[in-house]
Design a protein around this ligand. Structure first.
Ligand code: SF4
Ligand code: SF4
Length: 348
């Protein structure tokens, strides 16, 4: 299915116009001060360049921080309930780095493992991903330790790689990607013309990519982790700094925990699905007062085990794409890559 094309950087504005004319909103990285976040854009000039990672992940397009599930009104003994259908605007996510694009497979595995999810699935079905290969990384990136890489095509419908200052290699990878190319075929030149030999273009792709050295082998770590449960001293030593703020989960592209809360006044209210985190003490607190993960070290262990052991074993996907956001965001410098690297080195 994959084919390679050339997209001129000067063609981005016409492409964005075509996407909008076809009824899509386009979300892309936009700089605001020191932060870069996914926002709606209409012109290429709004799209941030020269950054390593957005603060928050693109998953908000398919799994927002909160969303309404139903509304209710209370009148005497009567309660009128109105279901709120999922909002699933046709969306193009533009400029996702390969780690973010790969995270959609993890989210999909979680949200569809037993039955469909009425909120997640329509959004995913209406989302097309135009990824952007990474030409730079930082010390927090470890995609190559978890099966990814700066030019990884997984999760992208089209993957762009800057070949030089004027053009991208465009790998068209899926039917959604092909449908997008059909909106503006004149903008996507074949990469096998006399001036852009395909093999030469793909060779240039490798040369353009960031170099991210692998730090551990995720498959070996996954097979070792069951032997590190419970081993309380290991997890206590690792997590002494953790203050349970949950920032790591809120910036993570693969974290999928949520809770359901009713927000109400006396006569009306809404039921919301909201992000939650296994790093919070309240996350597992029972109504009885018992908390099966009462200590922060147990919650840190759960976070690591869930991502690197339970999910690969039960769903066949890692719960981490190595984006490094959790480590960049942590107020007490808990570095996930360093911690799992040290776990991988413990003799068991
Ligand atoms: S961001 Fe850091 S301190 Fe906060 S819960 Fe995560 S690991 Fe703990
Ligand atoms: S656990 Fe950290 S490095 Fe892994 S995907 Fe989540 S935010 Fe990125």
């Amino acid at each position: 299915m994959s084919e390679t094309r050339i997209l001129q950087k000067a063609s981005l504005d016409p492409l964005l116009a075509k996407l909008a004319a076809a009824g899509n909103r386009v979300l892309a990285p936009v700089r605001s001060g020191e932060r870069v976040e996914f926002e709606e854009v209409t012109t290429a000039a709004q799209v941030a360049a020269d950054y390593v990672q957005t603060t928050r992940p693109a998953k908000t397009a398919v799994f927002p921080r909160y969303e309404q599930m139903l509304r209710f009104k209370i009148g005497g003994k009567d309660v009128a309930v109105e279901e709120v259908p999922a909002e699933a605007k046709p969306t193009v996510l533009f400029g996702l780095h390969p780690c973010d694009a790969a995270s959609f497979a993890t989210l999909k595995a979680v949200f569809t493992w037993d039955s469909g999810d009425a909120y997640f699935e329509p959004k995913l079905a209406n989302t097309t991903v135009i990824g952007l290969s990474c030409t730079q990384g930082d010390d927090y990136c470890f995609c190559t330790s978890v099966g990814g890489g700066p030019g990884d095509t997984r999760g992208s419908d089209i993957l762009l790689t800057p070949l030089d200052a004027t053009k991208f290699l465009a790998e068209v990878l899926t039917e959604k990607g092909q449908a997008l190319v059909k909106l503006a075929p004149e903008l996507f030149a074949p990469a096998n013309g006399p001036s852009e030999p395909g093999a030469q273009a793909t060779g240039q792709k490798s040369a353009a990519l960031a170099k991210i050295a692998p730090r551990f082998a995720a498959d070996k770590l996954s097979s070792k982790l069951p032997a590190l449960f419970p081993r309380g001293e290991v997890w206590l030593e690792q997590s002494l700094r953790c203050i349970g703020c949950g920032a790591c989960a809120y910036v993570c592209p693969t974290c999928s925990c949520f809770d359901i809360q009713d927000e109400r006044s006396r006569y009306a209210g809404v039921r919301l699905r909201c992000w939650d985190s296994c790093g919070f003490g309240l996350f597992t607190l029972h109504a009885s007062g018992h908390n099966p993960r009462a200590k922060q070290s147990e919650r840190w262990r759960q976070r690591v085990m869930h991502k690197f052991s339970y999910q690969p074993e039960r769903l066949g996907v890692l719960g981490c794409v190595g984006c490094g956001r959790c480590s960049r965001a942590c107020p007490v410098d808990m570095n996930l890559a360093q911690h799992v690297q040290s776990l991988a080195e413990i003799p068991v």
